[in-house]
Design a binder for this molecule. Sequence first.
Ligand code: HEM
Length: 238
Amino acid sequence: MTDLTYSDYLQVDTLLSLQRPLSSATADRAVVLAEHFFIVAHQSCELWLKQLVADLEAVVDTLASESGTADIELSVELLRRADDLLRVLHEQVLVLERLPLRHFVKFRPSLGTASGAQSEQFAVLTRMIGNDRRAGALYEAFVAAAARSGLSVSQVCRLGPAAGGLHRVAEALLDVGDGLWRWKVAHLSLMSRMVGGEQGTGGSSGIDYLIRRITLPFSELRSQRGQLHAAEFAGSAG
Ligand code: HEM
């Protein structure tokens, strides 16, 4: 046994040295604390995004090359974890509603042009999940896994639980898509209560820009599910 400590293992000293409010040189204590809070919330988001992106990349790889039930079940487990991580990220946004506006206005100028829109990990996440116009790598890997079992997405939807692991993957994909959507809605409402109709620090129009980016991912899967209603109506009309 080594005498490794908690702090060594987690590199706590390094981690806790990374929160450096720019207002600390001039502002009063409450403003510095508020900026510290703002930094912790964003850094926590980036940490959870790191886990989320890695988990979803593993899902893409596993579904793209899967050869058995264990692979599909691993994908389901990772997708469910991703769904829970998106809930944690959602909470990270909600907690920032406790950022006093009068303190935020004091330190916001020091953010310069820094903006969440520049988050590389968030960009990777949204590319993987896709949007209402473009399927991401996750959906493409799911289609490939279904095809290897001789099924189309429409057949997976029609079979429901009888499609086994593929059905569970489809359900979990929708949970992940909805989780991202929920995060975006919460972020929009946080942003609007904090800066109203002002421009973002990243130079966007703010509210309009963010609204345009809120779409429900996995639209093809949603529409295939919707078609089950039409099939049922057609069947009962005969
Ligand atoms: C007081 C809190 C916040 C405000 C006022 C705010 C404001 C904004 C604004 C105005 C934008 C649009 C781009 C721009 O022009 O800057 C944006 C984008 C973004 N922000 Fe925030 N934000 C806040 C908190 C957060 C938090 C906690 C995160 C977590 C990492 C975050 C991540 C992002 C991301 C990822 C985008 C791009 C969204 C997309 O492309 O759909 N923001 N934010």
